[in-house]
Design a protein around this ligand. Structure first.
Ligand SMILES: Cc1cc2nc3c(=O)[nH]c(=O)nc-3n(C[C@H](O)[C@H](O)[C@H](O)COP(=O)(O)O)c2cc1C
Length: 187
């Protein structure tokens, strides 16, 4: 049984990102695996201060005693991390960026706790055309991170969402999502 941690960077409770997250979770759970969803907008995550306190003796926590210190165990216990976000200004959302920056605290001597980890991503955007949406540079940024972790990218699902809930009727994105779920379940 795998533990899948899904980081939801969307603030919208009935939007496209959460719809895709719920569908992915449903399939993964149906196949006997565990899913934890962190709705990042619900947490008061402070920005990384760049103090590098976490590099001294590698305590696997942050000197800022906010909610993040309680969320690190979920990251460390997971087998797969899924980044899920709307595209905001040609990148993933600030909610997700705050969380990712704070992963600096999980460095260990000579490496990082997420070295060799498995990752996947889900992105939705308003543009009807992926090229104009900013999703390609967002995927590139995530790829850099996965390479830094010497991790494995299990896949990226992306497509047009918009202000209304449109992804349920987007056959391509729903097919890609099911394929990603199968890949995650097969690890
Ligand atoms: C602040 C903000 C910035 C956005 N920037 C972009 C963008 O750069 N490219 C794009 O294609 N859509 C952009 N959008 C549209 C959202 O990505 C789109 O509506 C998405 O489906 C929202 O996801 P959700 O339904 O999960 O909330 C932006 C929306 C907001 C609110």
């Amino acid at each position: 049984m795998s533990k899948v941690l899904i980081l939801n960077g969307s603030p919208r409770k009935k939007g496209n990102t959460i719809f895709l997250i719920q569908e992915l979770s449903r399939i993964i759970i149906q196949n006997g695996h565990e899913v934890e969803i962190l709705n990042l907008n619900d947490y008061d995550i402070k920005p990384c201060q760049g103090c590098l306190w976490c590099y001294k003796d590698f305590p696997l926590r942050c000197i800022q005693n906010d909610v993040m210190n309680g969320l690190y165990p979920s990251v460390l216990d997971s087998d797969v991390i899924v980044f899920a976000s709307p595209i905001y200004w040609f990148n993933y959302s600030a909610q997700l960026k705050l969380f990712i920056d704070r992963l600096i605290a999980l460095h260990v001597q000579g490496g990082h706790s997420l070295n060799g980890h498995k990752f996947a991503s889900i992105f939705v955007y308003g543009d009807s055309n992926a090229k104009g949406s900013g999703v390609h540079s967002t995927i590139e940024s995530i790829d850099h991170m996965i390479r830094y972790f010497r991790g494995e990218n299990l896949g990226v699902v992306h497509g047009t969402g918009g202000d209304s809930l449109t992804v349920p009727n987007n056959a391509e994105i729903m097919k890609d999502l099911r394929e990603l779920a199968e890949k995650i379940c097969s690890i």
